[in-house]
Design a protein around this ligand. Structure first.
Ligand SMILES: [Fe+2]
Ligand SMILES: [Zn+2]
Length: 441
């Protein structure tokens, strides 16, 4: 048990982790207000610990200066504005302002609605602890206004800022050889529709590989494609409608409605938030070609990161506009081609569609050369045949593609090819995956 107390006039600091050293009271004893701790070996006072002074313009009078001393052990260190905790592999710097904001007592947090209670408190508090206790599992703080907070160490690990956050499923980031030796991720229609385990397997595949196929589904639109799609969540309606069946009749202003080759891309790059999943079901095809192309965008991004880190970095920061124009539509978005998780730097999203990339009015001339170089280097990865998986889909195989990760395309074809599909929203399919313990981040 470590205990650090910050009273107004006296400092009481006990830390049983240090044998033979303990002192109960101390008053300011130097001209600048610093506290001398003659009994303590110098090594126990952390070098970053400053004597902390709340000025007379704050809430304390001059003689009630607050002096803070740090307590250092292998697990906890208290300094003037934060508590540093080490728990297993996790290193966390917990600022007092963050800790006060994250009090989960029933006064500060409504556990029925899982929302903060804001009626009786400020959003930003400069409260300091008057005491800190840590028993290795629970961090307890009594604040200077008497408010008491305790934090479970596992809650802190899950919710504090640190770089060791991980997802619950180890992803397979794949090129052609990797995915071909792993085999197509599939789940049988009946198992998927009838059991939680089947649904979980499908979502697991989606998280792990960025795509998954439901097999032996009825090769029809409503009772096949849509039954399978809405097993996860509701559909995302777009300008293409709530769902679709289409042939190569060029009825919309999109290459998808032709019989031409379509290079790997993600959909809806022109949306502020592109759709989460594209559901894709080839119901009929009586000609040649038309194989489906899949490329792991995460693999391409990671290849770029290792070969050209400056290009990777640039594509996570450069805003690239995309657009979709029809007679009665003006869709336009501003987003980056690549996104990474803010704390871990892990790949989060690829928004790649050279077809829908709009005029680059967002980029000053002195940055254009670097952008084109970076985009070209990413494109080399996307078009590298060693990264391409080609699959001949047929009726009954309902393909789900994580549109934030995997890219899709198709070979040119002849004959009549009838495709059925819809989009699913990102927030809702990932919610389902989180509820099944498949996602953290
Ligand atoms: Fe597409
Ligand atoms: Zn509270």
């Amino acid at each position: 048990m470590y205990r650090v107390v910050f009273p107004l006039r006296r400092t009481v600091l006990r830390c049983s982790g240090w044998s033979g050293w303990k002192f109960q009271t101390q008053t300011p004893s130097t001209s600048n207000g610093a506290i001398l701790v003659p009994q303590a070996p110098s090594s126990v006072i952390h070098k970053n610990v400053r004597n902390f002074h709340i000025s007379s313009t704050n809430r304390y009078s001059e003689e009630n200066k607050v002096y803070v001393l740090g307590c250092r052990s292998n697990n906890i260190k208290v300094s003037s504005d934060m508590i540093s905790l080490k728990y297993g592999e996790f290193d966390m710097d917990l600022l007092f302002v963050w800790l006060r904001d994250h009090c989960r007592c029933s006064e500060c947090y409504n556990h029925d609605t899982n929302q903060r209670n804001l009626q009786n408190r400020k959003l930003h508090s400069e409260d300091l602890p008057s005491s800190v206790e840590f028993d290795g599992l629970v961090l307890g703080i009594t604040w200077s206004d008497g408010h008491v907070t305790s934090y479970d160490i596992n809650w802190l690990v899950d919710n504090a800022y640190h770089s060791q956050h991980t997802d619950q499923v180890d992803k397979v980031v794949w090129d052609k050889d990797t995915i071909e030796s792993a085999g197509l991720p599939t789940v049988h229609f009946q198992e998927y529709m009838d059991s939680d385990e089947g649904l979980r397997k499908h979502l697991y595949n989606l998280v792990k590989f960025g795509f998954s196929i439901v097999t032996e589904a009825p090769p029809v639109h409503h009772m096949g494609t849509l039954e399978v799609a809405t097993r996860i969540c509701f559909k995302q309606e777009t300008q293409f409608g709530p769902d679709w069946t289409f042939t190569s009749n060029n009825e919309r202003g999109d290459t998808a409605y032709s019989d031409l080759y379509l290079g790997a891309h993600t959909d809806n790059t022109y949306f502020t938030s592109p759709s989460g999943i594209q559901v894709f079901h080839v119901l009929e095809h009586d000609g040649e070609g038309g194989q489906t192309l899949l490329v792991d965008g995460q693999y391409c991004a990671e290849q770029l990161r290792s070969k050209h880190p400056e290009d990777f970095d640039l594509l996570t920061k450069t805003v690239v506009p995309h657009e979709y124009y029809e007679e009665k539509l003006r869709l336009r978005s501003l987003g980056t081609v690549l996104s990474v998780h803010p704390t871990t730097g892990q790949f989060l999203q690829i928004r790649y569609n050279p077809y829908d990339r709009s005029p680059m009015y967002t980029l000053p001339p002195d940055q254009q050369q670097a952008f084109y170089r970076a985009y070209e280097n990413l494109t080399k990865e996307v078009r590298n045949q060693d990264n391409e998986l080609w699959v001949k889909l047929k009726g009954g195989m309902v393909l789900f593609v994580d549109n934030w990760r995997a890219m899709h395309g198709r070979a040119s074809f002849t004959g009549r090819r009838l495709v059925s599909g819809c989009y699913l929203p990102r927030d809702d399919w990932t919610s389902r995956a989180r509820l099944m313990g498949l996602m953290n981040l």
